[in-house]
Design a protein. Structure first.
Lengths: 153, 153
DNA sequence: GCACATTCAATTGCGAACAATTAAATGTGA
DNA sequence: TCACATTTAATTGTTCGCAATTGAATGTGC
């Protein structure tokens, strides 16, 4: 009997992999965000950095990295582009000159108002109730945190 | 009364965004996969392409792109790297010379056996039951498909 | 005070990811 | 048949994402 797909192959099937579900959902989100963020002049990772700064201004690069799980190799050039767009300022901390503090400019602050409609548009595109989304979000965050815990070992 | 964080700011809070949960979970998966895939000489996107080919060999670039939601701008250089690693062959279809067919080499086929332990390791890192993961996966896939449906409009 | 380790950002190099364009092959309608 | 549109990969340019390294600033143990 010829079996093209044996039972042992099931774990390797693309459709069975949660990682691919997450990977492809991240790209789908990115494609939905693109036209919305184009109007703000931001990419999605830049938008995430702005979300951090709109919550807390004048923070070290390291803090942004810890919140977004990104390192300086990603953030340094990204922050330079935000600086070139006059949305943030980069200044060395006087207390600890190793740190670079990121602060919003007036333009950076002002952009927050234009960004308020974004989450609403994403919610609409999700075609899903808020409570369902909150439930999924909590599950995914819990999974992410368990994965990150393994990496630190 | 000075309110640093108004109720109107809640939708813009990083921790409230499912997209960031998905985005950061995707990166967490990637970091867990990295040491496992290093032993196979693959990156995560290359691994996804190999998963497709292990299910169905000798497929056009376009079919791989549709399954993985990737375009030729991403796949062409990736497939050239897999070809340089002697895992796949790229040949023009004789029936339709616009198509490039991707076929596994003997090495590419053989790598499947070495890859069988990967899903098990990921499951362990997830620290989660299979049924929970399947449930989450189905929810995420449904969300992804709704997002992709919006893009097509 | 001084060697030493640690912290932090920047840099380099490589591999995605995608928009936009190009070019060749194929399909279609008059 | 022949003009025209469509399909398919490849290419170019920009932006992430991360590993590895560098260099300056800071902390520490003796």
């Amino acid at each position: 009997m010829v079996r093209k797909h044996s039972a042992a192959d099931q774990p390797l099937r693309l459709d069975n992999q949660i990682c691919f579900a997450v990977y492809s959902a991240a790209h789908a989100f990115n494609r939905v965000y693109k036209p919305l963020l184009d109007r703000l002049g931001l990419t999605y990772p830049q938008y995430l950095v702005m979300l951090v700064l709109w919550e807390q201004d004048d923070v070290p690069v390291k803090d942004i990295g810890e919140k977004l799980f990104l390192d300086s190799g990603t953030l340094t050039p990204l922050l330079k582009r935000l600086e070139a767009a006059h949305l943030v300022r980069r200044t060395r901390s006087s207390e600890d000159e190793r740190q670079v503090l990121i602060a919003l400019t007036a333009q950076g602050h002002a952009l927050k108002d234009k960004a308020r409609s974004v989450p609403q548009s994403i919610l609409a595109a999700s075609d899903c109730s808020v409570s369902e989304l909150v439930g999924m979000k909590n599950e995914i965050v819990a999974l992410r945190d368990r994965l990150n815990a393994v990496i630190g070992e």
